[in-house]
Write a protein that binds this ligand. Structure first.
Ligand code: GLY
Length: 354
């Protein structure tokens, strides 16, 4: 992965460097209506960037669509973009995923830079080159893996995030802690989400991103190892879809945190993950993430949702990425329906629903 990832203290100057001497008409910003209002003004103070074409898409995952993508291609075309142009994606995961795909495909590919504006985007979506859109009712159905030139993180953006969005991003950092090593895991456990020390958060963020970078370096196209980044997501995505169906969507990181409770239990039951570490981890998740209220009469539906997981290989088995211990990974673990339902019982007991 030839992607440079860094935290900047001088966003304008560093982004100017990322432009590599391109003229104003060779640079494009992609924003959504929120980042246009809240983040773009910081860049518009600069004489060069104030003249750059700004392309805006609608915020939220339901606009991560072919229509939005086509509108970005059209704007690039109308404004004379070439394959030497640069796209700067300023936003959360939706903007960096869609913008990365638009740039990767326009005239067969122009360079792009991600400037994540959420913690979740910085720790996950902006890094590792996965790009794409939702299609036919399925998330991230169409896309390519093509790394951005750089990921430029302005940690000041995270100071404006509300407590829930901060926790949502932190859930992916918990996941990176669990799949890496005991030292990083200890750092993750010792961070106080109620009294956020933003400097410490930046340090932990870089450490956490390096966990993902190492995995992606070895397996950029998810032939094997990269599936570990999906820890907590098999059950988590089912929770997320269910909440959406109920008309009460939850933040992605919350669903992953709850999913990790079930998947830590499966790790304990099937692979001997240590009981004490299981207790510490689930307590920490419970204290910080509360619970998605579910009853046992929706277990079958949750199970059905899990049969659509991208890690499955079409033979009816549900495949998980699980852990033997902190940092000891096992991918493609087929789990029986009974064990999956037991893990949902464990989730409900842990969060106090049973
Ligand atoms: N979000 C998981 C990955 O990038 O592989």
């Amino acid at each position: 992965m030839n992607q440079k990832v860094y935290i900047t203290k001088h966003l304008v100057e560093d982004l100017r460097k990322e432009c590599d001497g391109r003229a104003v008409n060779g640079v494009f910003f992609l924003v959504d209506e929120n980042t246009r209002k809240l983040c773009l003004p910081l860049l518009m103070e600069d004489d060069f960037f104030s003249k750059v074409t700004v392309i805006e898409i609608k915020a939220n995952d339901d606009h991560k669509s072919l229509e939005s993508l086509a509108s970005v291609w059209t704007s690039l075309q109308k404004n004379g973009a070439t394959r030497k142009s640069l796209m700067i994606n300023l936003g959360g995961g939706m903007v960096t995923d869609l913008g990365g795909f638009a740039a990767s495909t326009f005239k067969r590919g122009m360079e792009y830079v991600n400037v994540p504006t959420t913690l979740l985007g910085a720790v996950d979506a902006a890094v590792g080159g996965k790009t794409g859109i939702n299609f036919g009712g399925l998330k991230n159905e169409i896309g390519v893996i093509n790394s951005s030139k750089s990921v430029v993180i302005n940690a000041d953006f995270f100071r404006t995030l509300d407590a829930e969005n901060l926790r949502s991003g932190y859930a992916e950092m918990i996941k990176h802690g669990l799949i890496s090593n005991t030292e990083i895991w200890k750092h993750i456990l010792s961070f106080d989400l109620d009294n956020v020390d933003y400097n410490r958060l930046s340090e932990l963020l870089l450490e956490s991103i390096s966990v993902k970078e190492k995995v992606v370096e070895i397996d950029p196209t998810e032939k094997g190892l990269r599936k570990v980044l999906n820890f907590g997501h098999t059950v988590g995505h089912a929770f997320e879809s269910y909440a959406m169906e109920m008309g009460k969507p939850v933040l992605h990181g919350y669903a992953v945190a709850w999913g990790m409770i079930s998947e830590l239990y499966l790790s304990y039951k099937l692979l001997g993950f240590p009981k004490e570490t299981l207790s510490t981890a689930v307590r920490m998740i419970k204290e910080n993430y509360g619970a998605l209220p579910i009853k046992c009469d929706i277990y079958d539906h949750l199970y059905d949702l899990m049969t659509h997981d991208k890690k499955n290989e079409g033979d009816g088995r549900i495949l998980f990425s699980l852990l033997k211990n902190i940092g000891e990974i096992e991918i493609n673990v087929a789990v029986s329906k009974k064990d999956i339902l037991d893990s949902l019982d464990f989730y409900r007991e842990t969060v106090g629903l049973a």
